[in-house]
Design a protein around this ligand. Structure first.
Ligand code: PMP
Length: 401
């Protein structure tokens, strides 16, 4: 309807059509106020009520315990690369005021280009040393690509780090921790024991709300940009354990870096995420998507659906590889359920992407840094739509084998 095609883009990405239709009403008249959602005050009682409902939807869907705050902010995942470091170094400073910068360590699990970028920002900001817990490239086929989740016994953590960082789903490289406990690439990895609560940080941007989050309660911070499964770009959702909401100014007095107010988790928490004007429209649409998800049966249903969609798609890629036309890019067992990546080795990649577009399927080109094909099948991409691209792959493979 509305001339819409199937959107396999990696983000911003497909949203449920019914939700977008509903949102057009809110753009004109938000919940009977007579004002459009992009025009109404973020301090109006209607909007603040809505914001608290969005929070409850997140709590319900992910079963977030009361130990954790839910905060809303802007700046995308990238702003969190910095905010995480600043807030958790401040926390660490308050816990261990006398360590030198060299003794203050941040542990990064490198599984792809997003965790790598996050670790580079930590290095750039300083105030602590970066320890690479494991680097997946060392275990890859060509020693240089991110094509696997390393086995847990390769992880070396430091003692009492300021943070332990991982990226749950690497959107560019198409690798993801497995939900299957018996898999060598499962999450959690062997979490280290330490004296204070574990400062475990997860970037869940591209898998947020696609399935339940394993060991959520043990996380210090989970964050996600909205623009994959839950809404438009412009909103970042944070789930932050209470001990990570710290007085950053007190930490600065002890020598920690000053934290910009808009990046301080304490500012966000103290103001109910309304320190400054929040992204009202993205919050609105995200709220509608989450209500829709609840009505659809919540994350158990999406988990089952997303597993089925991904398994079928990987099977088609394997078949294409057996016939010498396609080549999987990631190690079996490490593949993402959200972003399926592969190469076309016989036949033309541009034809693959171009003919798909001509038949109403957009967004199949791989990330500019890695090329190839990337098919993103977020929550809003239905099983029927997934079947469409699978049939397309099968035809392409038959034509070229
Ligand atoms: N982390 C992951 C896993 C991502 O997929 C992205 C963006 N695609 C980012 C972080 C960066 O997010 P943003 O573009 O919102 O800054």
């Amino acid at each position: 309807s509305h001339g819409r095609v199937i959107n396999f883009g990696a983000g911003p990405s497909a949203l449920p059509t019914s939700v977008l239709e509903e949102a057009t009403n809110g753009l004109l008249n938000f919940n009977g106020t007579g004002l459009g959602i992009a025009e109404i005050s973020h301090r109006s009682k209607e909007f603040t009520k809505y914001l608290s409902e969005v929070e409850s939807s997140i709590r319900k869907l992910l079963d977030v315990p009361t130990t954790h705050h839910i905060l809303f902010t802007q700046g995308g995942g990238s702003a969190q690369f910095s905010a995480i470091v600043l807030n958790l170094l401040a926390r660490h400073r308050l816990l261990h005021p006398n360590l030198t910068d060299d003794e203050r360590v941040m542990d990064y699990v490198l599984t792809g280009s997003w965790s790598k970028k996050a670790s580079e920002e930590a290095k750039r900001l300083g105030g602590g040393k970066v320890n690479i817990v494991t680097d997946a490239r060392k275990f890859s086929k060509d020693q240089k690509s991110f094509d696997n989740i390393p086995a847990h016994d390769s992880y070396t953590f430091s003692c009492d780090p300021a943070l332990i960082y991982y990226c749950e789903n690497e959107t560019v490289d198409g690798v993801q921790f497995s939900p299957d406990d018996s898999s060598p690439s499962s999450f959690p990895f062997h979490l280290p024991k330490q004296s204070s609560l574990l400062p475990l940080v997860g970037d869940h941007s591209s898998s947020f709300m696609s399935r339940p989050i394993a060991r959520l309660a043990e996380h210090a911070v989970i964050y996600a940009g909205a623009q994959k499964n839950i809404g438009p770009a412009g909103l970042t959702v944070l789930i932050v354990r209470h001990d990570c909401i710290v007085d950053v100014d007190a930490a600065a007095k002890l020598g920690a870096a000053p934290v910009p107010l808009t990046m301080s988790y304490k500012t966000l928490a103290d103001s109910g995420s309304l320190y400054n004007t929040p992204p009202v429209l993205p919050i609105y649409i995200t709220g509608l998507v989450l209500q829709h998800a609840l009505k659809q049966g919540g994350l158990e249903r999406y988990a089952a659906l997303n597993t089925r969609k991904a398994e079928k798609l990987y099977a088609a890629v394997r078949e294409g590889a057996d016939k010498g036309v396609l080549q999987a890019k990631v190690k079996e067992g490490s593949g993402s359920q959200m972003n399926i990546v592969f190469d076309v080795i016989k036949g033309d990649l541009r034809t693959f992407v171009g003919d798909a577009e001509a038949s109403g399927m957009k967004g199949l080109a791989g990330h500019r840094s890695v090329g190839g094909v990337r098919i993103s099948i977020y929550n809003a991409v239905t099983e029927e739509e997934t079947d469409r691209v699978i049939n397309y792959i099968k035809c392409f493979v038959d034509k070229n084998s």
